[in-house]
Design a protein around this ligand. Structure first.
Ligand code: UD1
Ligand code: CA
Length: 462
C-alpha cells in the first residue's frame, strides 16, 4: 500500500504571515491543498499530515477536504526529521508499506513524478528514494552530494554547505519514498548536530546508506516540480509557473487565450474547446465552462457553471449557473445562488442575486433582480428594481412568463406579477397583478398651460 506523510508544521517565518505557511495561497488555493491533490492522484490510500504552528487552522482546512486524513501534532517544531518523528504511530502501522514524504510548501510536485519515483524505488528495492532536480537557484535547498563515481553520499543543507558544496546544482525536492521499516530506523538515528540545531529528515539518506541499504535519487524530468515557497517572492514565482502551466494545458485542450495578460485560471476549472478567454479574466473554484463561449475581458467567475455559446463581458459571476446562449455584460454582477436560464440577456449595470431568470428573459440595463423567480421571455425595462428588503425581512418577487415591466418600476416584495401582465413605466407595484392586465401605479400627469409666464419662480429679474 502507498502511504504519505505531508509536512505542514512550520511557521514560515520568512513568509511574514500570521497563518501557517502551507496555508499561503497559490492561485487562490492553499499550497497544502495541491499537495493533498497530488498525493491522492498518485494513488496513496493513507495520509498523515504533520501540523504544528497554528495547527487548528490546518486541521480545519483538512477536515473540509477529507475527513479521513490523519493529523499528528508537532510542538515545538524542531525540524523536518522531528516532524516525521511525530508520525511514529502512523509509521508503525505501515512498516511493510512504502511511505511518501512531501513538504506542504511544494505545490508543484505532481503525481506523474511521484509515481515514476515510486517505480524506480520499487525496482531498485530502495530503502529511500529521493526526488531531485537540477536547478539554477540553489539558495536554501539541500545539495545532493555524490562521490567521484556518482554514488550517492548524503544531502548537505545550504546553510551547512561549504562554498564548494554550494556549487552542486542537483537539489533535494524534499519529497521522498521510504520503506516504512527503514524510515523508522533512520528516524531513530537522526540528531540535531548542524548549523540550525534542527533534526533534519535529509540525514536519513546517509544513515540508511551507512546501514548498507539501497538508496537512490530519481531526477524529475521537469525541474519546476521541486519549487517551493519560503517567502512571498517565491510564492509569486509559484503563482507564475502554475498560471502558465494551467493556461498552456487549457490551450492544448482547445481553449483560445489570445493574450494571457491577467488571465488567472484555477487548477480545478474546466473549460470546453473553442471558448475564448479574454485578458484580465479570473476563473476560480470548481467552475465549469462549456464550448464556444467568449469570457472576458475583465471577468471574474468563482464556483459557477457556464453553458455553451455564452458571452460574459466584464461580468462578476459568483456561485451561480449560467445556461447556454446567455449574453451578459458589460458590468453585470450575478451573486450567489442565481440561475440565468437559456438565452437570457442581461446588459449593463444589472445585478442578479438569489434569483432564477427564465429562458429568453431580457434585462438590458440598470436593473436589480434580487430574491426573485422570473419566468420565460420577461422583459425588464431600464431601471427596474425588486425591492426585496424592508429593513428587517427579505421577501421574494414572482414574475410570470411573458410579463412586460416598464422602465423605472419598483416591485415591492412580496409581490406577484401575472403572466403576460404589463406594468406602466414609473410604477411602484405593491399589489399582485393578475395575468394579462395592465397595472399603472403612478400619479396621473397634470398640465398647467401658461404656467411659466404667470408663475415661473425663477423668472429673470429685471
Ligand atoms: C527542506 C529540506 C531541503 C530541501 C527543501 C525543498 C530539510 C532539512 N531540508 O528545506 O533539503 O531542498 O526542503 O523545499 O529537510 N516543517 C515542519 N516542521 C518543522 C520544520 C518544517 O512540519 O519543524 C515543514 C514545513 O511546514 C514545510 C516543510 O516541512 O512544509 C519543509 O520545511 P522548510 O523549513 O521549508 O524546509 P527547507 O528549509 O525548505
Ligand atoms: Ca521549504
Amino acid at each position: 500500500m502507498k502511504c504519505a506523510i505531508i509536512l505542514a508544521g512550520g511557521k514560515g517565518t520568512r513568509m511574514k504571515t500570521d497563518s501557517p505557511k502551507v496555508m499561503c495561497e497559490v492561485l487562490f488555493k492553499p499550497m497544502l491543498g495541491y499537495v493533498v491533490d497530488t498525493v491522492k492522484e498518485a494513488g496513496v490510500e493513507k495520509i498523515c499530515v504533520i501540523t504544528g504552528y497554528k495547527n487548528e487552522i490546518v486541521e480545519d482546512y483538512l477536515k473540509d477536504l477529507d475527513e479521513n486524513i490523519e493529523c499528528a501534532l508537532q510542538k515545538p517544531q524542531l525540524g523536518t526529521g522531528h516532524a516525521v518523528m511525530q508520525a511514529d504511530k502512523f509509521i508503525s502501522e505501515h512498516l511493510d508499506d512504502e511511505i511518501l514524504i512531501l513538504c506542504g510548501d511544494g505545490p508543484l510536485m505532481d503525481a506523474d513524478t511521484v509515481n515514476k519515483a515510486y517505480d524506480y524505488h520499487m525496482s531498485n528495492k530502495n530503502a529511500i528514494t529521493l526526488i531531485s532536480a537540477v536547478v539554477d537557484d540553489t539558495n536554501g535547498i539541500g545539495h545532493i552530494k555524490r562521490d567521484e563515481n556518482g554514488v550517492l553520499l548524503r544531502i548537505v543543507e545550504h546553510k551547512d554547505a561549504t562554498d564548494e558544496e554550494k556549487k552542486i546544482r542537483e537539489s533535494n525536492s524534499g519529497c521522498y519514498w521510504f520503506n516504512g521499516r527503514d524510515l523508522q530506523y533512520a528516524l531513530s538515528k537522526i540528531t540535531n548536530l548542524n548549523a540550525q540545531k534542527e533534526f533534519y529528515l535529509t540525514d536519513s539518506l546517509e544513515i540508511l546508506i551507512k546501514a548498507g541499504k539501497n538508496a537512490g535519487a530519481y531526477t524529475a524530468e521537469n525541474s519546476e516540480v521541486i519549487l517551493a515557497a519560503n517567502d512571498r517572492r517565491q510564492l509569486n514565482i509559484l503563482n507564475t509557473v502554475m498560471r502558465k502551466n494551467i493556461n498552456e494545458r487549457l490551450m492544448i485542450d482547445g481553449v483560445d487565450i489570445p493574450c494571457t495578460d491577467g488571465v488567472i485560471i484555477g487548477n480545478n476549472v474546466k473549460i470546453g474547446s473553442s471558448t475564448v478567454i479574454m485578458p484580465n479574466t479570473i476563473i476560480l473554484g470548481d467552475t465549469v465552462i462549456g464550448e464556444n463561449c467568449v469570457i472576458g475581458p475583465n471577468t471574474y467567475i468563482d464556483s459557477s457553471s457556464v453553458g455553451d455559446n455564452v458571452i460574459l463581458d466584464n461580468c462578476k459571476i459568483l456561485d451561480s449557473t449560467v445556461e447556454d446562449e446567455v449574453d451578459a455584460g458589460p458590468f453585470v454582477k450575478v451573486r450567489a445562488n442565481s440561475t440565468l436560464k437559456k438565452g437570457v440577456h442581461i446588459g449593463n449595470f444589472v445585478e442578479v442575486k438569489n434569483s432564477v431568470v427564465g429562458e429568453g428573459s431580457k434585462s438590458a440595463h440598470l436593473t436589480y433582480i434580487g430574491d426573485s423567480d422570473v419566468g420565460k421571455n420577461v422583459n425588464f425595462g431600464c431601471g427596474t428594481v425588486t425591492c426585496n428588503y424592508d429593513g428587517k425581512y427579505k421577501s421574494r418577487c414572482t414574475i410570470g412568463d411573458g410579463a412586460f415591466i416598464g422602465c423605472n418600476t419598483n416591485l415591492i416584495a412580496p409581490v406577484n406579477v401575472g403572466e403576460e401582465a404589463y406594468i406602466a413605466a414609473g410604477s411602484t407595484i405593491t399589489d399582485n397583478i393578475p395575468e394579462k392586465s395592465l397595472s399603472i401605479a403612478r400619479a396621473r400627469q397634470v398640465i398647467k398651460e401658461g404656467w411659466v409666464d404667470v408663475k415661473k419662480p425663477y423668472k429673470e429679474k429685471k
